[in-house]
Design a protein around this ligand. Sequence first.
Ligand code: NAD
Length: 260
Amino acid sequence: MAGKRGLIMGVANQRSIAWGVAEACAEAGAELAFTFQGEALEKRVRPLAASLGSEIVLPCDVSDSDSIDAVFREVDAKWGRLDFLLHAIAYSDKTELTGRYVDTSAANFALSMNISCYSFTAIAQRAEKLMTDGGAMLTLTYYGAEKVMPHYNVMGVAKAALEASVRYMAMDLGPRNIRVNALSAGPMKTLAASGIGDFRYILKWNELNSPLRRNVSQEDVGKAGFYLLSDLSSGVTGECHHVDCGYHVVGMKAEDAPDI
Ligand code: NAD
């Protein structure tokens, strides 16, 4: 990735999925810019960005279009072009990430959709203009988009819309040699995941029932993110790539069957 420039959106701390992907891209020689959401996270993101030699570290709240515009103005002024983009951003009111989906409020439905789904489209609109020599865009999703997972609720609906938006944007941007993909990560202990009810149980379930009999590591996801953002995946677009130790292929595990 030497000579490539990428914008990483969604690092909150060193446990963030975005950080794992950033480290893998930096190790391969990419130059990176970072955004952070608010002052509290700035304190965490600045030192991390500095550790990879990044000189562009900007505030961005994706619910504010002026804030998104400001990021892309700055990236344009400093770099003049962009080769890849990582969107690792999601939000929902955590009081609705427990209990039943059917009880979701209209306000939190709109908020979750805006931040967890539309923001990728909003960012892609700006990034497209800077990807003058082709490019790669990647977002993060979860199996709760495809199947019902406990307490994932409105976030599952938002991720399903996000995955559909990946396919539409792949078609729209393909003629400009811009690829758009999603990485569906298995459950990982991060700040965002701590808001999901019974998350430790979900982690344990995945560990016991996935083909690899373990949970994914930040490195697993980082390396796959690097693949999807680099030329290694030059023929791949519109894809939702699972990095979940194989959990999504399992219907039922045989070895636990009781005698009946
Ligand atoms: P994280 O808490 O480290 O990252 C979430 C990021 O979203 C944070 O950096 C936060 O600042 C950002 N964000 C939220 N609202 C924002 C806003 N209005 N403006 C700008 N940024 C905002 O957690 P993570 O698990 O690394 O999450 C990254 C992505 O991975 C999310 O899309 C999440 O849904 C997805 N994902 C997580 C898991 C998991 O188990 N942790 C599994 C699959 C997919």
